[in-house]
Every structure is written in C-alpha cells, then in structure tokens.
Ligand binder design. Structure first.
Ligand code: UD1
Ligand code: CA
Length: 457
C-alpha cells in the first residue's frame, strides 16, 4: 500500500500575500493541485495533505479532490513534526512493500516518472531524491561514507564547514517503509540548530537500523525547484510554460515563439496548427487541423474547427467555431457563441449566446446576443440585437439569406424572415416578412433656404 503525504502547512512569508503559499498558481492552477495531480498518477491508496497556515482556505480550494485527506499541523515545528501529524491516517505498514512518499506543496513541478523511479529505487528500504548543485547553500547535504553509501542528511545550519562543501543536496522528497517511518519519527528530537523536528533525521535512523538508503535524481533539474517568493513563482511559471511549449512543438504545432506562449489548462491541437506570439489558452481548448491563431488572442474553453483562422487580438470564451471560419481581428466571442462553418466575425463584433449559421457574416461593429442567425446572412456594421429590457432577455431570429442593413436595432423578441432585407437605420420592433424590404427610417427631406447661423464679422 502506498501513502503520499504532502507538506503544505508553511506560511510562505516571503510571498507577502494573504493567500496560503500552496494556493498560489503555476499555469493557472494552485501549486498544490499540480502536486495532487502528479500524486494521483502514482495510484496511491491514500493521500494526506498536512495543512496549517490557512488550513480552511487550502481545504476549501481542494474540493475537486474528494478522496484527499487532511491532517492539521497547528504549529510548524519542522518537517518531521509535519509528517507525524499524518501518521494516524496512513494505511498499511505490515508488508515490506508498504511505503510512504513525502512530497511538498510548494515544489509543484515534480513529474510522476521521476517519482516512479524514486519508488523503484527504494527496493525494500528508503530512497531520497537528491540533486547535485553548483551552489548548495541553504540545503540539507547528503553525507556518504567512504563506500559511497548514504549515512545521514545534515541541515545547512547544523553542518560543519567540510559538510557545507558537499554538493549533493536533499530535495526534501523521500520514500520510506511505512511502519519503520512511524517508528523513526517517534524517535527524532528537536535538539538541533533550528530547534525543529527534522524529517531528514530519519535517514540517520534508517542507516542505524541497517535499512538501505538509496538515492535517485529527477529527470530535469527544474522538477525539484521550490517556490518561496513571487520571483521564484514567476521563474517556475516560465520554466513550466517552456516545457508545455516544447511538448506542443514535439507534437507538431508551429509556435511563432515558444517563449511567448501560455497555457493555463489543456490545449489539444490537430495537425499543422500555427499559433502566433502572445496568446493565452485557458481551460479546455481544442484547435482542429490547420487552425491559425493570430497574435495576442485569449482563448478559453473553446473548440475551433478545421482550417479556421482567428486573427489578432480576439477574445474567445465558452464558444464553438466551425470549419473554415474567419474570426477577428478584434472579435469577441462570449459564452454560448456558436459560429458556423465559413462564417466571418470581424472587428469589434461581440457575439453572446447566439448561433451564426454557415457562411453568415458580421464583419464590423455589431452586438449579437440571444440570437439565432441562419445561413448566408449579412449583418451590416453597427447592428445591435436589443435583447434586454433591463429585466428579461429576449430572442432575435434571423432566417437564412436575410440582409441586415447598417445601423439596425433589432428589438427582441423579433424575427426577420428568410431572404428579408432591412434598410439601413431600421429600428425593428415587429417581425420583418420574408423576401421583402422593411425599413423604419424617417423619410429624408431637404429644407429649402435654411441657413446655418453665422458669426458676426
Ligand atoms: C528542507 C529539508 C532540507 C532540504 C530542503 C529542500 C528538512 C529538515 N530539511 O529544508 O534538507 O534541502 O527542504 O528545499 O526537512 N513544512 C511544514 N511544516 C513544518 C515545516 C515545514 O508543512 O513544520 C513544509 C513547508 O511549508 C515547506 C516544506 O515543508 O513546504 C519544507 O519546509 P522548509 O522549512 O522550507 O524546509 P527547509 O528548511 O527548506
Ligand atoms: Ca524550503
């Protein structure tokens, strides 16, 4: 049986924030959620998150993980003390295969492949994820004997000068046999430079009890970076976005600049997708084959069909776009926009909770809300669906092949019949019949002999 204990009780003072540190985000997700997602990939029997500072906040933020358990660490007396708080909730321990893996809520990018290797390297004993650093200052050092076997871990503040020269450091992540770990934790003391209960002291106890301590290293050095400050958070964000960009490139997506690419969710791309600089993808976004996304678009929870181009500075949220469509530049598709194949949505056009049928066009300056627009409809510049009376929303229906002249207000509920034409400037308050011209404009007149007031010379 496998337990995973995630330490998340720390305050994170250097973030200078009211939000508990582990709820600060990388790629739009709390750091702790990244760790939980990775933990779940290992198929553990139990996950226990040790919470302290902002415990209620942290627990509330993890409602999407109903199987995760919490242990409260009232005061932060050290990493060993933190793991102790989780002990009553751990499962198994009777079997040699039963193990407990310790992760950190503020080390968000560790990958499941690395952790699987760490679990493998444990054999029947312990394993510590270590790293060799050019500048190991501040970290716990891995002290080995003359045969190269791990003897103990010494914290920076407790180390001798010679020990401070050791470049191999403890990342904090380790795995131990569950029953032994419980016992070792009951034996550690706070008799050290920081007056804390060090989790790292269990390594010395394991060696004393002749339990083998192995080590493993992460596949990429960024996996074990922790976040203590906004600067480190920003650094990890770029590292992670670089990794997501690398995966898209490997998958065959063309990115104009992998350093100017941000995914805060899941981006699925077909073949020959091109993404220009400065785009942000949030939630779940699907781009079908041949889609091109112009520079500086924000696309959230959307599906874009084959061959569609989204031009520069467009904003798309909770929308579906068909095949071969043209969106933007400067278009806004709001929740419930459903754009048909080969439709065009141009600059400063906002579409909300509306269907725009196949081949229909709204090329400039329009608001289409709560509308059903058929196929091959032309919507002129300045057209507005007046869908809201201050209390209720009403539907506008525009049937196939209608032509809506510029600067038209469609006062919903109202229907424009198939093939109807609305003259420019019409305020439509009653249904417009099919195939006919409807116009509500005041007849044009010219006032003879009228003079503009002139200034006296
Ligand atoms: C710890 C390790 C050190 C390692 C380093 C890697 C110990 C004693 N030292 O040191 O060997 O090189 O991590 O970054 O383990 N936490 C709690 N409750 C506590 C104390 C800490 O939940 O009482 C959490 C913190 O929120 C943090 C993590 O444990 O997420 C690590 O704590 P921190 O104080 O940063 O440990 P370090 O001194 O950096
Ligand atoms: Ca730390």
């Amino acid at each position: 049986m496998l337990n995973i204990v995630i330490l998340a009780a720390g305050l994170g003072k250097r973030m200078r924030s009211d939000l508990p540190k582990v709820l600060h985000t990388i790629a739009g997700r709390p750091m702790l959620a990244h760790v939980l997602d990775t933990a779940q990939l290992l198929g553990p029997d139990r996950i226990v998150v040790v919470v302290g500072h902002g415990a209620q906040h942290v627990q509330a933020a993890l409602s999407a993980y109903p199987s995760v358990q919490f242990a409260l660490q009232d005061s932060q007396l050290g990493t060993g003390h933190a793991v102790q708080q989780a002990i009553p909730q751990l499962v198994g321990g009777e079997q040699a295969t039963d193990a407990t893996l310790v992760l950190y809520g503020d080390v968000p990018l560790v990958q499941s492949d690395t952790l699987s290797r760490l679990l493998q390297s444990r054999a029947q004993g312990m394993a510590v994820l270590t790293e060799t650093l050019a500048d190991p200052a501040g970290y716990g050092r891995v002290v080995r004997n003359e045969r190269g076997q791990v003897e103990r871990i010494v914290e920076d503040k407790d180390a001798t000068d010679a020990e401070r020269g050791i470049a191999e450091v403890n990342t904090g992540i380790l795995v131990a046999p569950t029953a032994r770990l419980k016992e070792w934790l009951s034996r550690i003391t706070d008799d050290n430079a920081q007056g804390e209960y060090y989790l790292t002291d269990v390594i010395g106890l394991a060696v004393h009890d002749e339990v083998m301590v192995n080590t493993a290293q992460a596949a990429a050095s960024w996996e074990t970076l922790g976040v203590n400050s906004r600067g480190q958070q920003a650094q990890l964000e770029r590292i992670w976005q670089g990794e997501l960009a690398r995966r898209q490139l490997e998958h065959g997506v063309a990115l104009a600049d992998p350093a100017r690419f941000d995914v805060r969710g899941t981006l699925e791309c077909g073949r020959d997708v091109f993404i220009d600089v400065g785009c942000v993808f949030e939630g779940r976004v699907d781009l079908a084959d041949g889609v091109r996304i112009g520079p500086h678009c924000v696309i959230k929870d959307a599906r874009i069909g084959t061959g569609t181009h989204v031009e520069a500075f467009s904003h798309v949220q909770d929308a579906v776009v068909g095949e071969g469509a043209r969106i933007g530049p400067y278009a806004r598709l709001r929740p419930g926009a459903d754009i048909g194949n080969e439709a065009h949505v141009g600059n400063f056009v906002e579409i909300k909770k509306s269907r725009l049928g196949q081949g229909s066009k709204a090329n400039h300056l329009a608001y289409i809300g709560d509308a059903q627009v058929g196929a091959r409809v032309n919507i002129g510049a300045g057209t507005i669906t007046c869908n809201y009376d201050g209390v209720n929303k009403f539907q506008t229906v525009i049937e196939d092949d209608a032509f809506i002249g510029s600067d038209t207000q469609l006062v919903a509920p109202v229907t424009v019949g198939r093939g109807a034409t609305l003259g420019a400037g019409t305020t439509l308050t009653k249904d417009a019949p099919a195939e006919q011209l409807t116009i509500s404009r005041v007849a044009q007149k010219t006032i003879a002999g009228w003079r503009r007031p002139g200034k006296k010379p």
